[in-house]
Design a protein around this ligand. Structure first.
Ligand code: MOS
Length: 708
């Protein structure tokens, strides 16, 4: 029998063990660590999108009282190249090479920074730094007809860029029913509640540096800082026990981290820098816009004969992230003829990076909207259409699924939502001025697992300390990892003390790709099991005077080569659309998920609820508006970049089906951080069609598009 976690504490809806600290304001965040003699750093951002800095006049800034120094390419410390090649394509080196040359690669790039005694002084002085540029023409517009689109070597994190099977063109030409539509999604900006912030302090001898930093993985930040500043990794200490959200934007260091570390080095005092909300729009990543052509061919019975998903998206001139937009289309439905492609435009824009379910979130908006359109064309219920195209094995690799709960989720959801009976005819239901409709879409997210290590120590008093450089960005990792440790140790929760959010702990992957519980939980399971077994077999259950410890790691899962591993889900939406104003309201969302065993129902529900709200936000509100004249996104604040709030959300019902999948890991858990956002936007768009008869293929679904 496979080793597995016996669930005692796991599976229980334990409240957050960090909850009291959070709600009483005693949980410390990066910017809040009190350090003697701290200085404040305020960046100066470029006002051109491409060119070079000709001169910088800092005299007016320097003349202000309280200004310690002004950094720029003229005087800043030299950094070593960061040739880590991560994630793919052009390395992050150029992006993080702040003040290393006079080149400007995007509007909003940090070209100088003031270090001062107070934040107000730094900000005032920054406004007085006069930068003269030699401006070059910039190229910022994504279009599918650009002649310079290129095929990246791989797509994030490590998928083939294109796939092809059979003869799509022939199958489409001969299909009794076919469709060919283009779906577009806009650039969207990550907006965690806590801004990106770094507080850096060098040791007196200048040989090591400590960072209190808001991030999704202390080790990844440490690695980049160590390389850039030419330090061995153990001389860089990154501390981040509490993080106020990240959604992917805090996985890698951004330029402000380098600026803060340089400022502290030059000033020989602690230096802190928190991005303002406006600065986050240029310096913390964003989701690429996408242009997605979907072609489907089907028989009269709705069985797919061809699926083609061709994606055009963008990346920055300074850094490449090739988002994996079409990968879900590789595993969702059966069809003998299929293709997926990704092409990129390299633009003079800030670096796009990861945003919750990069790839799946925009990609499944397109695929699941197209499925809805196909259901209508075939005269089939959209759930029935999906069930008919359910593959027996992974359609591209031929591997069996480790578990695949899509049909169960659709059926369970249909029942809970009251899907049947549903007249598919659009624009039939009305309540006064409101048109009413319902929609469904599928969700999916892969099971990622990254190497991680943990150390478990037990003392004479039978207190267990569990250490791992994991990260809780608001997900509940503090709680869930404690539960896993307690069960693997077979001790009550109260005996376990978890330590995370610190790069001096055993090495771990970042909180990305919904991989935390899988990767860190597995390492903890192995370390804790080793301690438990040694204690039993070598010490007869009595802890020796000097205590006992064991480490454990999660290695690559060999079963990932034999099985296709994904979580699935079904999303249902009810919408009301006002006939005169076009206003869209979402009184009801339901998500049913199949994500393996749920370690903590309270935390899982909270993750899925948040992600579905973010999906609603993607459907109706979020759009970063590009002004090609300036070469930048212009809606840089919450007045103009709209995010769903409580008032936008009616009832959200979140549930899951029982699923045990011990192929994925000993906990049988698949991860729930991202799947909740996947499919929500399509379910809402499909419901809007059902309400109004208007098919919106371009997110977000704003009033103007419904009033056309
Ligand atoms: Mo997620 S975008 O991998 O933090």
């Amino acid at each position: 029998m496979k080793t597995q976690l016996i669930m005692r504490a796991t599976g229980a809806p334990l409240p957050r063990i960090d909850g009291v600290q959070k709600v009483t304001g005693t949980a410390k965040y990066a910017y809040e660590y009190p350090l003697e003699g701290v200085t404040y750093v305020f960046p100066v951002q470029s006002t051109i999108a491409r060119g070079r800095v000709v001169s910088i006049d800092t005299s007016a800034a320097q003349a202000l009282p309280g200004v310690v120094t002004v950094l720029s390419h003229e005087n800043a410390p030299r950094l070593a190249p960061l040739d880590n090649g991560r994630p793919l394509g052009r390395s992050i080196s150029q992006y993080l090479a702040v003040f290393q040359s006079d080149a400007v690669a995007y509007r909003g790039q940090v070209v100088a920074a003031v270090v001062a005694e107070t934040l107000e002084m730094a900000r005032q002085a920054a406004s007085l730094v006069a930068v003269h540029y030699e401006e070059q023409p910039h190229d910022v517009e994504l279009r599918a007809d650009r002649s310079d689109l290129y095929k990246p070597e791989k797509i994030n994190p490590d998928y083939e860029t294109d796939t092809a099977q059979g003869d799509v063109e022939a199958a489409l030409a001969s299909a009794p029913i076919s469709l060919d539509h283009t779906y577009t999604t806009p650039a969207e900006h990550n907006n965690p509640l806590e801004p990106h912030a770094t507080l850096a302090v060098w040791s007196d001898d200048g040989e090591s540096v400590t960072l209190y930093d808001a991030n999704q993985g202390a080790d990844w930040i440490r690695d980049d800082v160590a390389k850039a500043f030419g330090l061995p990794p153990e001389r860089v200490h990154v501390i981040a026990p509490n993080v106020g959200g990240g959604f992917g934007s805090k996985l890698l260091a951004h330029p402000h981290v380098m600026v803060a570390v340089m400022a502290a080095q030059v000033a020989q005092r602690p230096a802190k820098l928190a991005l303002t909300r406006q600065q986050m729009f240029a310096l913390a990543g964003y989701r690429t816009p996408t242009i997605q052509r979907i072609r489907l061919g089907a028989g009269g019975d709705g069985r797919l004969t061809a699926i083609a998903h061709d994606v055009v998206e963008q990346t920055a001139a300074i850094y490449e992230l090739a988002e994996q937009t079409a990968v879900s289309s590789r595993i969702m439905y059966s069809a003998p003829n299929r293709r997926t492609t990704h092409r990129l435009a390299r633009l003079d824009l800030p670096a796009n990076m990861w945003m919750r379910a990069p790839g799946e979130a925009p990609g499944m908006f397109a695929l699941e909207s197209a499925l809805d359109e196909l259901a209508i064309a075939c005269g089939l219920d959209p759930i029935e259409l999906r069930v008919r195209n359910e593959p027996a094995v992974d359609p591209e690799t031929g591997h069996p699924f480790s578990s695949r709960g899509l049909v169960s989720c659709l059926r369970e959801g249909a029942q809970r939502f009251g899907w049947v009976p549903r007249d598919p005819q659009p624009r039939l239901r009305r309540d006064g001025p409101w048109l009413i409709g319902s929609g469904v879409a599928a969700s999916t997210y892969p099971v990622y697992q990254f190497p991680a290590a943990a150390l478990v120590r037990v003392d004479r008093a039978e207190r267990y300390r569990v250490g791992i450089a994991a990260s809780d960005i608001g997900t509940g990792a503090w709680t869930v990892l404690t539960q896993i440790a307690a069960d693997a140790l077979e001790v009550p929760l109260e005996r376990v003390q978890l330590e995370i959010g610190d790069s001096s702990l055993p090495r771990a992957s970042g909180a990305g790709g919904s991989s935390g519980t899988t990767s860190w939980g597995w390492a903890i399971f192995n370390a804790a099991s080793a301690v438990r077994i040694r204690l039993r077999d070598e010490y007869g259950g009595v802890v020796p005077a000097e205590g006992l410890e064991a480490s454990g790691a999660s290695e690559t899962n060999p079963e990932a080569q034999q099985f296709s591993m994904h979580a699935f889900g079904a999303q249902f939406a009810e919408v009301r659309v006002h006939v005169t104003t076009g206003e869209v309201r979402v009184p009801r969302l339901l998500g049913v998920f199949a994500a393996g065993r749920i370690i903590n129902p309270k935390m899982a529900r909270s993750q899925l609820l948040g992600a579905m709200t973010m999906g609603l936000s993607m459907a109706l509100h979020e759009v970063s508006v590009l002004d090609p004249r300036f070469g930048d996104y212009v809606n840089h604040d919450f007045a103009e970049y709209h995010i769903a709030t409580n008032a936008d959300v009616g009832t959200i019902d979140v549930t899951w089906i029982d699923e045990e999948d011990l192929h994925v890991n000993p906990m049988g858990a698949k991860g729930v951080g991202e799947i909740g956002i996947v499919g929500t936007a399509a379910a809402i768009a499909n419901a809007v069609y059902h309400a109004t008869g208007i098919r919106i293929r371009d997110l977000p679904i704003t009033l103007d598009k419904l009033l056309r």
